[in-house]
Ligand binder design. Sequence first.
Ligand SMILES: [Zn+2]
Length: 426
Amino acid sequence: MEAGLKQMLIDLETLKRSLPDPSHHASIDQMRSRVEYLATIANYGPTRRTKVKDMSAEVVDSNPYSRLMALQRMGIVENYERIRGFSVAIVGIGGVGSVAAEMLTRCGIGRLLLYDYDKVELANMNRLFFRPEQVGMTKTDAARQTLSDINPDVLIESYTLNITTVQGFETFMASLISKTDPQSKEGSGVDLVLSCVDNYEARMVVNQACNELNQTWMESGVSEDAVSGHIQLLIPGETACFACAPPLVVASGIDERTLKREGVCAASLPTTMGVVAGLLVQNTLKYLLKFGLVSPYLGYNALKDYFPTMEMKPNPQCSNASCLERQREFSLTKPARDAAAKAKMEAEALLAIECPVHADNEWNISVVDDSELDKADVRISDVLPEGLVHELPSADTIHQLPVPVDNTNTVDDLEDLRRQLEALNG
Ligand SMILES: [Zn+2]
């Protein structure tokens, strides 16, 4: 394209010279500037950045990790660079899974394993991530193309398969077990599995695989009407598995099995899917990099902007045999966990005695006498934004209403009452 545009510029110059009438020169110059502009755009073709060996905290425009490494400086994350050592498997590269994959890629995750059997369609364009020119490609290949352009440091493995088939399940299990660095990890070869599938059967398959491998995973889902969703953390033996209590049934009264029915066109919004993907990856980062609270369950109701949370214990009567096995293992380790928790509490108590909480007072907080606040007569409830008034008097105002208290009258009334009683008795 670049060579063609250069030739066009030469042709236009020749044409200009060959025209004796100078009145035509202006329009030829105009055409020339348009071709020059196209040549400039053509120069911005797809270029890939080179791999970065070590994550650096250096604040320069050319460092793709400076803003992420700043999390360390801000005291949010202890060691951000650890993210390069983690492997995450994403099952289902649709509206939630593809966005989750992009977020983890931009965060510099070490290795991503992507699973999907579907192809990109124009009907997917209401969601984020995939582009119209990728229509017809498998979702895993299209995702691999985009993600490796965004961050070539991430090792991406794509698996075009259906995990609900016998063959697919075997490959899925084998890929989760295989390790890039056999020395570094115990158990399976991944640190976390993210389920971003859209049907009950596939969720049950992910549940089965993770219970068998004792693999921690997170489940995500968006409702058929596109206005609610959830994420859930599942630790085999410790929390409810998907067969113990499917989350969508608990959250909204919808039976999960009725979702993604054949012939029913489910609604979807890029907003709800983006929110759920964001919540899912936020929980993933907190879980992997050990900061903040890792939510055991977080719902999202878009109509009411309501985010319910809850914890779910495993069901001792769960129908999944591997779940029961993991529950038994978990109960066997209870004495060791209790001892560790007690030791931690004792260590914290000792630390509190050695370093009183407010000794250095780095925030310059000073204690103010309550009476001084009374004198200032500041009533926060009276401070309202312009144009708003209280509909009802505040509780303070009601208490201030004058209550007639006259001790003499009270005594007189009592004397009167006593006399009346005496008269009755008499
Ligand atoms: Zn279970």
